[in-house]
Design a protein around this ligand. Structure first.
Ligand code: ATP
Ligand code: LTN
Length: 337
């Protein structure tokens, strides 16, 4: 029988998980569990590239695990772990730092955005962030990496680093690293801010009206959608290349991602209706999608031992897999073993 392919992905515990994180990434991870070897981590080492409150970071990391499970990631089927509990991530990241150029890191859009946002703390970790992400992916020899569109540039640089390392060290044998590919969801690869629909929805936005947290109260979610910025044209039409329609395009995308229906069909159905009615229905659809997640999330609260146990077992298992790749790399570069 052919061996199952490997999937790797993760989210940073840097804030409340948004509808963007869910539709762009986590929702897409669920079905993959059936046919792939899935590994999903909580990326706490990436999160400290911007200042975090230690108590909050600790809490958010376990809350993120609860969210993964509540969304439908089954700890019996997928390997779940906390990034900082597997030292190989930091170890491989160091080696890969020596195979990554300043020039390529300087071109990263996320780095430029974060520099503008955190001008008082442009640290080296923020700059080498994609190298740590490359280490995450390459350690597990992942074939596919399901992420939102904003992360595709980081997948590209991961491929460039892997290719460079493979070309130098693989020789005639099997490549040291499997070449990973990004994997985008059909709808929801880039959910936009509700307050500024030409910007992506981000969990670290200082305006809470810009994003929907999947832990927001249902009436808060409905109100945020009702007050989402649209336009004054009053026509429900999907025009992805027209920025003046960014708000409506975004709501249509969200509706499509939560219902699984095609955007054009939804637009047609609402073509004679007003924005108010449409927003009400989008809010309802979003709440219905989130409701079962919330029930499961609440059930998991107070179950800290269960969660800690998953992390412990996960880190052990992940450590074994990662350790094999790290040993190969250490040998290749000439470290005494
Ligand atoms: P931060 O604001 O702290 O940078 P973020 O909200 O961008 O965080 P990440 O932890 O960086 O979230 O991303 C986790 C996953 O969610 C990634 O796969 C990313 O591509 C995806 N994602 C983030 N924002 C969106 C969005 N607005 N639409 C679709 N996918 C998204
Ligand atoms: N950078 C990602 C989070 C992340 C990740 C990864 C995603 C860190 N390492 C490895 C996929 C694979 C982000 O979403 N901001």
């Amino acid at each position: 029988m052919e061996e199952k392919k490997t999937i790797f992905s993760g989210v940073q515990p840097s804030g409340n998980i948004t509808l963007g994180n869910y539709l762009g990434a986590i929702k897409n991870w669920i079905d993959l569990q059936e046919n792939y070897n899935c590994i999903y981590a909580m990326m706490d080492m990436h999160a400290i590239t911007v200042r975090q409150n230690p108590q909050e970071l600790r809490k958010r990391t376990l809350d993120l695990l609860k969210i993964y499970i509540a969304c439908g990631i089954d700890p019996e089927k997928s390997l779940l772990f906390i990034q900082s509990q597997v030292p190989a991530h930091a170890q491989l990241a160091w080696v890969l730092n020596c195979f990554t150029y300043m020039g390529e890191l300087s071109r990263m859009t996320q780095f430029k955005d974060k520099c503008a946002k955190h001008a008082d703390n442009i640290n080296a970790g923020l700059f080498t962030y994609p190298v740590l992400m490359a280490a995450d992916i390459l350690l597990y020899q992942a074939d596919l990496v399901p992420v939102g569109k904003d992360q595709m540039q980081h997948i590209e640089i991961t491929r460039d680093i892997a290719q460079r390392f493979n070309a130098l060290y693989s020789g005639e044998g099997k490549p040291v690293f499997t070449m990973p590919e990004g994997f985008l969801p059909k709808a929801g690869a880039k959910v936009m801010s509700l307050a500024e629909p030409t910007k992506k929805m981000s969990k670290s936005d200082e305006n809470p009206k810009a994003y929907i947290s999947i832990l927001d109260d249902f009436n808060v979610i409905a109100n945020k959608i009702k007050s989402a910025i649209t336009d004054s044209e009053g026509v429900i039409e999907y025009r992805p290349d027209d920025d003046t329609k960014a708000g409506i395009n975004n709501l249509l995308t969200i509706m499509s991602a939560v219902t699984g229906r095609e955007i054009e069909k939804i637009a047609e159905e609402y073509s004679t209706k007003g924005y108010g009615d449409f927003k009400k229905d989008v809010a309802e659809a979003v709440v219905e999608e989130i409701r079962p997640i919330r029930t499961r999330y609440d059930e998991l609260s107070g179950n800290k031992d269960y969660l800690m146990d998953i992390c412990k077992k996960g880190a052990e298992e992940a450590g074994k897999i990662a350790g094999r790749t790290l040993s190969k790399v250490y040998k290749k570069v000439g470290f005494v073993m």
